[in-house]
Each structure stands twice: as structure tokens, then as C-alpha cells.
Design a protein around this ligand. Structure first.
Ligand SMILES: Cc1ncc(COP(=O)(O)O)c(C=O)c1O
Length: 414
């Protein structure tokens, strides 16, 4: 039997098992959610008044969120408690409101909204499909730069922003990026907060969705973009976003936005046009739950890591075992976050995803990690190992490896 025949047989064996595996989206596993189950009973008819005397049943409480919750969650974005604004259950919703406001009215320091300036946003590739969708549908032209092991390609960013006042900002994930798992280096972060921009209201929209999602016990601290911007004399340039979607319940918790106190004043005024304040009941039960959780937020994130790390280890183990010496693909080995990014050597990513589907494994559609859904090199595959149980991660990765070998063999024969 030739190698190709052996691969075909392995593929047919997977197919005959009528599998239904899914590694398409980065969702927590039920075991992750279970860590936060006490949230559901943290608030009852006896504790609806906060320490500072806010009755969570009534309107007063403010657009910024409960002080107790701001004090607790500022740690997640590595800002001070007066530098955080809380939102409802989704950071994407907050980002969408901020970007929409920027288009219509500008950011703090703009003379007018951006909408009539054919605004452009720099995004990193491979990147997060929902960033692309949101920014593009709002009308931004997306300009891509490569996500490197040190963060956005700063040579490219510096060139793009220097002479084009239509480049209004950069929208990216600074820590354990989706999908590469890369974190911006101190050097690149310095360059970014200090970048000489033609637009005087150039803004760094940093989606720090994975700021506390470490897989290692003693993680290296990521650069503090807001602190650096303050030190560089541009405190209003950075806006950080995050949420508890992968801390407690996905889409069932709090959105977070971190910024200078000057920006807090600007954005709270902007946001209060559309809301009297975010859901206080949700904030209060998060506070009560996390106060009791051993080790607080850090302890909870360590609990998540215990569940997630074996899955990420399994991805590496299978890829190394099956593809280690074949020169068919390269892949990242993240220290945190929710994804592994794999690049095939040959332009066969879409064929791999197609074959995997035939074998009963749903992967993120090819191109999702690029604006307009097209990977110009047809090489990138996002692997999302968090949701399936460990045994399924192993099987799914064996299928991925088999499909990469098969698709590469087909391409070599063609
Ligand atoms: C980088 C990034 N930002 C935001 C989100 C979604 O966040 P939220 O649930 O807070 O809207 C995700 C979810 O996968 C993500 O990967």
C-alpha cells in the first residue's frame, strides 16, 4: 500500500465512524461554566442592596457600573478602579457602541465624527472575524497588517498611520490574540502608543478579551498599554475592552472598557445618551460570587486553566506526533487565550476544512481569520480546542493531521 493509499484508508476509517465533532468556535466547556454556577444563587431577596447602599432594583447606580464591581474588575484590564466602565453582557456590544459613536461624533479630542472622512481601521491578520464584520459593516475600510509573534507588525503600522489622516485607529487583540495566541511585546507596545499619526485622534482599540486567560502558572505580565500611553503623554489614545464571557458565563456577564479618567468622562457622557446604566443585578451577583471564590478572579482563572491546559497540550502533542517531521504545517503554541493558529505549507487550508467536514469534524471556515472571509494564501486554520472534552480534542486533532497530509498529497499530485 502506498503512503497515499494508507492515508486514504485512515480517512475512510474516520468517515465510517459517523463522527460529529466541533472545533469551530472558541466557547468554554461546560466544566468551565460549572466553576461559576454559584452566581445563579448569589443574589436573592435578602441581598439586593450593595455595600455602598445602591438598591439594585432601582435606576440610580450610574452609567459606569457599581463601585464594588469596578473595584473588582479593574484588575482584569490592569487599570485603576476609576479607569473602568462596565457594560452589559458583551464587549462586542460595547465596541460597537464606541465605534458607532466615533463615526458619528468622534472620540475624545476629535473635532467631528469620522464618518465623512472615509475612515480606515488597521486590523491584524490572521485575526478575529467579528472585529472584521463589525468594523466593515459600520463602514470602515479595513487595512490589514500581519500579526507577528510580537504583536501587530509595527513597521507596517508606522508607515500606514504616518501620512494618512483617514487611518483613525487600530483594532486588535493585545494579549493571547485570536487566533495566534501572540501577545504584544513591550517594544511594540511602546512603539504603538507613541506612533506618529497623521490623524490627531488616532485611537488604539485594544480588545483585551484574553487578558487574564493564562495557561501557565506564572505568566509573564503583558505590557500595560494604558499606563504606557499615559507615560507617553497620550493617555486618551488607548481604549481597552474585555468581558467576563470566558470568566463566568459566555454572553451572560459583564462587558468592560478601560481608559483614562479623561476618557471616562467623555465616554460616560456619550454612553449615558443611550442608557441610564448597565445591569446592576448582574454586576452585584458577580461581586458576591467572586468575593467568595477562593483566590478571587485569579483563583477562578486558575480553575479555568486546569481544565483548558490539557486540551492545548493535547493539540501540541498530536500535531507534533503526526506532523512534526513532515514540513506540511507550522502552528502556534500559545501561553494563554482560546486558540491555536495553524498554517499549512501548501495553499490547502480550504481543502483541509472540507475534508475534515466530510470526516465529521467542523472547523472554523477558512478565510474567517481574514477580512471579507478570504485568506489570500489559503493557508490559515484556526483551531479552537476549548469546548470539546479532552478525548474528542485528541480525535479531532488526529483528523486535522490526517486531512492536512491528504490535502497536501493531493496538491503535490496535481
Ligand atoms: C478577541 C475576542 N473579542 C471578543 C469576543 C467576544 O466577547 P463578548 O462575549 O464579550 O462580546 C471574543 C469571543 O470569542 C473574542 O475572541
Amino acid at each position: 500500500m502506498t503512503d497515499y493509499d494508507a492515508l486514504q484508508k485512515q480517512f475512510q476509517d474516520f468517515k465510517s465512524r459517523n463522527l460529529s465533532l466541533n472545533m469551530e468556535r472558541g466557547q468554554p466547556a461546560n466544566a468551565n461554566f460549572d466553576l461559576s454556577l454559584p452566581i445563579l444563587s448569589a443574589v436573592d431577596e435578602n441581598n439586593y442592596t450593595t455595600d455602598s447602599g445602591v438598591d439594585i432594583r432601582n435606576y440610580p447606580g450610574g452609567i459606569l457600573g457599581l463601585s464594588e464591581a469596578r473595584e473588582l474588575f479593574c484588575e482584569q484590564l490592569n487599570v485603576e478602579s476609576d479607569e473602568i466602565m462596565l457594560g452589559n453582557n458583551s464587549s462586542l456590544e460595547m465596541m460597537s457602541r464606541f465605534l458607532t459613536w466615533a463615526l458619528l461624533r468622534g472620540v475624545n479630542g476629535s473635532t467631528k465624527g469620522w464618518v465623512n472622512d472615509s475612515p480606515k481601521l488597521i486590523v491584524t491578520v490572521p485575526g478575529y472575524d467579528r472585529h472584521f464584520l463589525l468594523a466593515r459593516e459600520l463602514g470602515f475600510e479595513l487595512v490589514t497588517v500581519k500579526m507577528t509573534g510580537n504583536g501587530p507588525d509595527m513597521d507596517a503600522v508606522e508607515k500606514l498611520v504616518a501620512n494618512d489622516a483617514a487611518v483613525k485607529g487600530i483594532y486588535f487583540v493585545p494579549t493571547y490574540s485570536n487566533p495566534t495566541g501572540d501577545t504584544i511585546s513591550k517594544d511594540f507596545a511602546e512603539r504603538l502608543v507613541k506612533v506618529k499619526a497623521a490623524a490627531n485622534d488616532f485611537t488604539i482599540f485594544a480588545d483585551d478579551a484574553y487578558s487574564v486567560h493564562h495557561l501557565q502558572d506564572n505568566p509573564t505580565a503583558a505590557p500595560n498599554l494604558l499606563q504606557m500611553a499615559k507615560e507617553a503623554g497620550s493617555p486618551n489614545r488607548v481604549i481597552l475592552f474585555g468581558s467576563t464571557s470566558k470568566v463566568t458565563f459566555a454572553s451572560g456577564g459583564l462587558g468592560l472598557a478601560g481608559m483614562s479618567t479623561d476618557n471616562i468622562a467623555y465616554w460616560s457622557k456619550a454612553m449615558s445618551t443611550g442608557s441610564i446604566g448597565p445591569n446592576k443585578a448582574e454586576q452585584w451577583r458577580h461581586v458576591l460570587f467572586l468575593r467568595k471564590y477562593p483566590g478571587g478572579l485569579k483563583g477562578l482563572m486558575q480553575g479555568h486553566a486546569k481544565i483548558l491546559k490539557p486540551k492545548f497540550d493535547k493539540v501540541q502533542e498530536v500535531l507534533n506526533r503526526e506532523l512534526g517531521n513532515h514540513n506540511l504545517a507550522t502552528w502556534t503554541d500559545p501561553r494563554g487565550g482560546y486558540f491555536v493558529s495553524l498554517d499549512t505549507i501548501q495553499p490547502v487550508a480550504s481543502r483541509v476544512v472540507e475534508l475534515a467536514k466530510e470526516a465529521g469534524l467542523a472547523l472554523t471556515p477558512t478565510g474567517a481569520t481574514f477580512p471579507d472571509g478570504t485568506d489570500p494564501e489559503n493557508r490559515n486554520i484556526r483551531i479552537a480546542p476549548t469546548r470539546p472534552p479532552l478525548e474528542e480534542v485528541e480525535l479531532a486533532m488526529e483528523i486535522v493531521a490526517c486531512c492536512i497530509k491528504l490535502a497536501s498529497a493531493e496538491a503535490s499530485q496535481a
